[in-house]
Structures are given as structure tokens and as C-alpha cells.
Write a protein that binds this ligand. Sequence first.
Ligand code: GLC
Length: 734
Amino acid sequence: MKKTIILSLSILICGMQSYAKQKELYPYQDARRTIDERVEDLLSRMTLHEKVMQITQLRAGNNDQPQNQLEAMKGIDPLMGSFIYSNSDCKVRNQVQEAALKTRLGIPALFGYDVIHGFRSIYSVPLGVGCSWNTELYQKACAIAAKEARMSGVEWTFAPMIDVSRDPRWGRIMECYGEDTYANSRFCVAAVKGFQGDTISNPHNVAACLKHFIGYGASEAGRDYVYTEISDQTLWDTYIPPYEAGVKAGAKTVMSAFNCMSGIATSANPYTLKEILRNQWGFNGLVVSDWASVKQLVDQRVALDRKEASFLAITNGVDMNMGDNCFPENLEPLVQEGKLDTYTIDNAVRKVLKLKFELGLFENPMTKDIPESKRFKHKEDLELIRQLAEESFVLLKNENQLLPLQKGKKVAVVGPLADDQDDLLGQWKGHGLAEDVVSVFQGMKKEFGAEHLIHAKGCDIEKADTSGFAEAIEAVKKSDIAVVVLGENRKWAGESASRSDIQLPVVQVQLLKAVKRTGKPVVLILSNGRPLALTNVESQADAILEIWQPGIEGGNACAHVLSGAVCPSGKLDVTFPRSVGQVPIYYNRRWPARNGGGWNGRYQDIPSTPLYEFGYGLSYTQFAASDIKTSTTTVKRGQPFKVEISITNTGKCNGKETVHWYIAARSSHIARPMKELKFFEKKEIQKGETITYQWTVDPLRDLGFVDKVGHKFLHPGEYTISACGKSIQVNVVD
Ligand code: GLC
């Protein structure tokens, strides 16, 4: 009895204490309340200065982006709402967070970083990932990146980058998923789901960021940071759909862009940032500027000074100012001068607070300091990253079935990237380390045995020094086969990395030709961050394998494909031109007025066709396609119908095949592309097996088009549906 009384008394006292404690809590500190209640309560308690600091982001930790020089930061202001956090562990981040929690209202800071294709366990650059056509696998890779990032103190990634690009001179083409709108949409959704998971309060998930909104990929002449001439029609039919898909997938944030789009700067563009994003799509997340893109409104001559730039940005839809300190300098004076109302600032602050509550930062502001051996490079993660690399490789040529290589043969492995590690990481490598990378030669040693290989670098990536050729040629002469690994320095792609010439450096071509002259069979392996003009090397190799910048498992993945342990299944997500003079060149072009052999007009000096088309890629096996079947040839609005095609693996090995489904309108009052990718699916097919691929066509979504104000329409008439070289006609009736 006595015990019972003591127990019940202690429970009562605890309850009273916890009630008393709760009684001290402000509503915003009470996790039992809704996020909206907590946001409004906190907002009501904030001073103007606290609000302005909340919508500001600068950098904490090291600066790993030399193109983004930090405005001289006088120490870390604990009131600042967010930081780009460039350290690989959470120590500094937690110190910054402790200071934030000691401020008057104790609002936790938000830490973001460019986790573009991995945090430490780096996988293929996105342009390579797009060639895998495996969105399920990619989603898992993004989940790995999110886990590593969040465990290291980063809860927000500035990815996916979904700027459709048709210009290989532009260095940032490596960051997107190629030239097609629908492909970028699908990979965008996979990335958002992979990064954000079911909830971003999960300690292994991060908030995603759709960037760069919008039209950045149309940078004139492939230069970076420049003007983009985009009609409203092209804006809606080419650049907008991936963002709409990402918003529908629940992306928490959007990043405005650097480019001026047809006269209006995208970081102060009310049509895109407010009318489309907010009013039409109902996006209620955070819009962050790109690095200094507010201040850059002055450079673009659309703002007189930083104050006007700040006013234009926040009143036209930018919520958070990244990197240039414009908001802290100017917003309070603008309010005090009666030029800016606090309602606008409150709206921006709401978005930041909402994200922080959703991330669970008020309840769990600190990151547990876990040793990196437990945060990075888990065995099962490396296996997944290797598989993604394997599936992103594109076999461009394979004369006389030279590949796969027979084991036991003597192989010379030469070229500047043969045993290169750092360049296989690609740009935006996050915390990827060269020492983590398995080079092609290292991977081949594991797969084929060092005793069968001879390595000789031959030359550097671009230095015009052929003194290493002799050793390389000697190695080739002693071997049965030459594997030549060529390509780009990883810093030749990425931001501020445009190139006027997209051919391989002269010295590399010279090395390849010298190897070819030995008369030995030649396998060319390419590691690059953009489509290259390969006309001058295509004839110098019997087999060509594009491995892009495959990340830390690149060498293992390459060796598995070379040995036939893995059958290559990649198909190009971007067109490879014969020459940079053909740029822009892409598959979904419009019909020309005079049909230059199916390609827009003719050049006098070269064929008008590209060297390798969008969707091209060879396999070690062969696939045969049946005719397409359809559940109807008469299509009624609002009535989905099914099409299907059967694919048989007629070759000698198992393989994976992607079926790309295209549509084409017979005619349209708005000129449409010659064909449009509308669905794709990848499946494994055992040798001798037949598998059916089915697609449920939604007439408006898949056969329809969009006009220059975003209205989707569906014309009656004839449409062609094609896949694997087969096609059928269907008729849309009113
Ligand atoms: C850069 C890039 C953007 C990146 C940001 C933060 O300049 O344009 O993609 O997320 O700054 O590093």
C-alpha cells in the first residue's frame, strides 16, 4: 500500500513538473502543435532583424567552390537562417548550431550543400546516370547520398539539377539528365524521392532543391551565366515540365537561376517564380536564390544597385538570399523607408521556418558525431553505385564483337586516364576523394589478373608531350589487345567550364592513332562530362565504350563490362554531334521547311546527321522486337489505352533492354517535334526469353501538347506511336 502511494505521488509530481515545463514552452516550441501554428507563433515573436537574418544564407566551413568567392564574412552571425556547409563532418556545423540555439528565440540554422551525385560515396555524374534509364536504381543512389549527407550535418541538398541542355559546349550539361524533357522529368522525380524519402524529418533524408529555375540550359553559345533566349512556347514545352514533375513529387525547395530569360532575370521573374510556381502549381516551399544571383541583378543591369536588386528579388519571389549578403544589408532600410512591406518578408520567413519544422530541426537540431567509417562507403552502397555505373555505360561501337575481352589475353592498358582516379569523380564531387576511386587499370587488374596486363600512360590529358608514346606502343606490341583510356579532366565540365572545342585533345588523338598503327585491336574507353565530337577518333578504334565520369566504383564497373561479367545496357540521353558546328543538334527537333534528309537542312561540308543519336547504345546480346499492339486505334479523350511490344533476347547472353516509347503528331497548329519521348522502361531479359513491355497511354498527357501559356491541348487526328523501330497509327476523335 505504502509503495503504491509513493509511486502515485511521484507520478503526480513528475506530471506537474512536466506540465509546469510545458507551461513555459511557447507554442512554437510545442511539438504537439501543427507546423502552421508553430510557424505563425514564432513569426509573431520575431523582430524585423531576426526575420531578415532568417532568410539569409552564407557559408560555414571550407569553401570548395572557387567560382563562388565568399563576400568577406565577419564571423558567423548566430541569427543567420542558413549556411552552405562544406565540411565533411558535423563538428563545425554543431558549433554553429549551438550558437543559433542560444539566440533569443533559439531558431536552429539550416545547413545545405551541393550533394549532386553523392556526398562521399560518389556515383556517376547525372549525364551518365541518364544513360542508365534506371530510375529505380538511381532513386536508391540518391537515398545513399541523402543518408551520408544528413549523417554529416547537411539536411538540404541543392539537387537535382534539371536544366534540359542541348549544348555540349556548356560545362553544366554534365549535371542534368540530357537533352530530353521527359527523361529529365523522370530522373528528377527519382531524385526527389530518393533524397526526401517518406519524410524529411527522417535522420537519413534531406530536402531536395529543383534547380536552376529556369532555362539556364539554353545559355547562349554554351557559355555560362549568359543570356538565354527562350520563347514562352519553348519555356512550356521544353523547360518547365521537369520542374512541374518535381513540384508534384513534393520537392521542398526550388533554386532560382543566373540567366536572364528573354529579357527578364530568372532571380526576379514574377511570371516564373510567382505566377507559375505559386499560383498555377500551388508550390508552398522555399525559393532560394542561386549563389549571389541577387547581387548579380546589378551585373545584369536589371538593378541599379544592391538595394534595388534586393527589392526586385524578394518582391518577385525569391525567399532566401544565398551568398551575397544583399538581404541583411538592404531589407531593413527598405522597410524603414516605406519601400518594402513586412508582409513580403513574413511570407519568405514562413517558408524557411516551415522547412525547418518539417526537417525536425527544432526537436533535433544537433547532428550525432559518428565516425566516418560508419557514415560512408558501406559495402552494399558501393555495390549499388557500381551497378549504376555499369548501367550508365554506353557501348558506341563493337566491330567484330571485339568486346567482351577474352580472359587470359595479354592486354595493354594505356592512356592518360587509364590509371587516373580523380577525373573519374567528375565535377561537383562533394566530399569524394580520389583515393576512393577504383581506376580503370585497378579494376581490370582485379578482373583480369595483373599478370595479363601492361600499363603505360603514354601522355597527359592535354600537355603536348609525346615522349611517353614509345613506352605505350611497346606495351601494345607485347599485347594481344590495346585498351586506350582517354577523355577529359573533370574540371573541364561543371560550372564556369564551357569549351568551344569538344574534341579530344590533340595529344590524345595522336596517341590513339599511334596505337592503331600497331595493327592490334583497339578498345577506346572514354571518360568525359559532356558529349564529345569523336569524328576524328571513331575510325581509330574497333570498340568504343563511353563511361562518363562514373564515380568511385568506375574502374570495377568498367572491368565488369570489358570482361562480359556485365552486359552493357546504357543508351545515350544526349546526342553526340559530328562537329561542334552542328550544335545545337538534338533528336526532338522540329520538321524543317525543306526536309534535309530528316535532319534540319544540310551542311555542305559534313553530313547533317549526328555521329551518335539520342537513345543509341549497343549490347553484347541482340534483341528482336515484335510489332506494336494497341488496345484501340480509335482514341477518345479521357480514355487511356494500352500499347505493348514484345522483346526477345536472341543473343548469347542475358541483357537489359530499355524500350523508349515515342509519339508524333501528324500535324498541329503549333509545330511539334518530329518525335517526343513519352515513356521508357528497362527490364532484364534472359537469353532466349521474350518479355512484353506495356504502356498505358493517357491521350491528353501523352499525345497532347502545350501552348505558350501552359494550356495543354489535344488535337484530333492521326498520331504515330513508335518504339524499337516499330510503329502504329492511332486516330484521336472528338
Ligand atoms: C553555384 C551553382 C549552384 C549551387 C550553388 C551553391 O554557383 O550555380 O548550382 O547549388 O552555387 O554552391
